[in-house]
Design a protein around this ligand. Structure first.
Ligand code: AMP
Ligand code: GLY
Length: 430
């Protein structure tokens, strides 16, 4: 299959590695990709958020399937532009991507679908936000309504901090005040063709920057999969009470959801509750879900993109477990320092069962001597989350040891990573 993957993160690198691991001769292009992706497949420097450019490229190059990685192209309508040319695309159109792009829209869909979630109110002024905080009580949950790159949410018991966060984000739009949900967090990905869904394996993300879930929220600092503490009927319950009602409601509203329905859930005593939907694969959860996938990914994505999931068996996963640890630049998430050399990746990849998936990396020519034209190329970090080290193992301890041995051999000045990813993966107490 000729496949075009849009995006440039470790999530897209994981998607590409999963496609390459199939027993098939796919022709894969990434737009724009990164330095690691460029070692694996062809990359093209086109803007992934420009629907006309992406659709024209796909048409000209006889692409059979476009896979949209990040949310920005989806919200910008790239899915619609590609679909209009009759090319299968894994990813919803702009209207359906509002499930991620607008938290207020997502809440309305959940309400009409009867999906279990926390109560929430949209506030437009500081006065409204203030009185809603008092009505809901502590702990306070305050969320920017639009896309905020993982920085829009604050959960705190400090009322002043909650109001300050609301005030800051009210300058950019409306703000949601939400009921606090008490429980453990888990992500479940479901492939959707607009009518049917198929679940992937659950994963646990670590959103806070520092060990012990301290520090600011980030895009995700690590993950593991599967999630042994979940009840065995968890996936079925999410399909019946959350995914199918949502997909049916979206279809009835003439905004069918084709692509990846990411359910961000809190498992409360009363069952799973949605904290957020995303319209694409999660990052870094994808890095631990896809290496365990046994069913060929391309067939699943193509079936979803072409209305063909009905009647297919659920995707199969290896019994191995996977752990990923994210290496971030100094200053992430507030103000990442970029441009610093990244060393030791070969040693990291040489650890058994380890893959190094690139996110914000680039190859730069460094002049080693100002008096000569001789220069050398070096890998540099170009953003906040730089790479994901992924390890498989037969136990979490084994996978963890491998992941940490690998990341320990990578050098990035000021680089930061959590040391407690998958450290306490207790099974469910029955
Ligand atoms: P979100 O961007 O909506 O996923 O929120 C970021 C993080 O804030 C989540 O991963 C949770 O840890 C936390 N969070 C969000 N909403 C709630 C809620 N209603 N109750 C408790 N924690 C929440
Ligand atoms: N890991 C959280 C996300 O992808 O949104």
């Amino acid at each position: 299959m000729r496949i075009l993957v849009l995006g440039s993160g470790a999530r897209e690198h994981a998607i590409i590695r999963a496609l390459l691991s199939e027993d098939a001769d796919h022709d894969i292009t990434a737009a724009p990709g990164n330095a690691g992706i460029a070692e694996d497949v062809r990359t093209v420097g086109i803007d992934p958020t420009d629907g006309v450019i992406v659709a024209s490229y796909a048409e000209k190059n006889n692409i059979d399937l476009v896979v949209v990685g990040p949310e920005a192209p989806l919200v910008a309508g790239v899915g619609d532009a590609v679909r209009q040319r009759g090319i299968p695309v894994f990813g919803p159109g702009a209207d359906a991507a509002k499930l991620e792009g607008s938290k207020a829209f997502a809440k309305r869909i959940m309400e009409s679908a009867g999906v279990p979630t926390g109560r929430a109110e949209v506030t437009a002024t500081v006065e409204e936000a203030s009185s809603t905080l008092d009505r809901f009580g502590a702990p306070y949950v305050v969320k920017a309504n639009g896309l905020a790159a993982g920085k829009g949410v604050l959960v705190t018991s400090d009322r002043d901090a909650a109001l300050a966060h609301a005030t800051e984000w009210l300058e950019h739009g409306t703000v949601l005040v939400e009921e606090f949900l008490d429980g453990r967090e888990v992500s479940l990905f479901l492939l959707s063709d607009g009518e049917h869904v198929l679940p992937l394996s659950p994963a646990q993300d670590y959103k806070r920057l520092l060990d012990g879930d301290e520090g600011p929220n980030t895009g995700g600092m690590g993950a593991y999969s599967p999630v042994p503490w979940l009840d065995e009927n968890f996936v079925d319950e999410v399909i019946e009470t959350i995914a199918l009602p949502t997909i049916r409601t979206m279809a009835a509203a003439q905004t069918p959801f084709v692509g990846l329905l990411y359910c961000g859930l809190i498992v409360t005593d009363a069952g799973p509750r949605v904290i957020e939907f995303n319209a694409r694969f999660g990052d870094p959860e994808t890095q631990v879900v896809l290496p365990r996938l046994v069913t060929p990914l391309s067939g699943l994505l193509f079936a979803a993109a072409t209305g063909g999931l009905g009647g297919l068996p659920r995707p199969e996963f290896a019994l191995d477990v996977a752990v990923t640890v994210v290496l971030a630049s100094e200053g992430y998430p507030a103000a990442p320092v970029t441009g610093r050399p990244l060393l030791g990746l070969d040693a990291a990849s040489a650890v058994p069962e380890v893959q190094v998936l690139h996110a914000a990396t680039d190859v730069k020519a460094l002049s080693t001597d100002a008096t000569s034209s001789w220069s050398t190329e070096t890998l540099v970090a170009t953003g906040g989350r730089v790479l994901s080290v992924v390890a498989l193992g037969s136990t979490f301890d084994e996978a963890r040891e491998r992941a940490y041995a690998a990341i320990g051999s990578i050098t990035l000045e000021g680089g930061q990573y959590r040391s407690d990813i998958a450290a306490s993966v207790a099974p469910a107490a029955h």
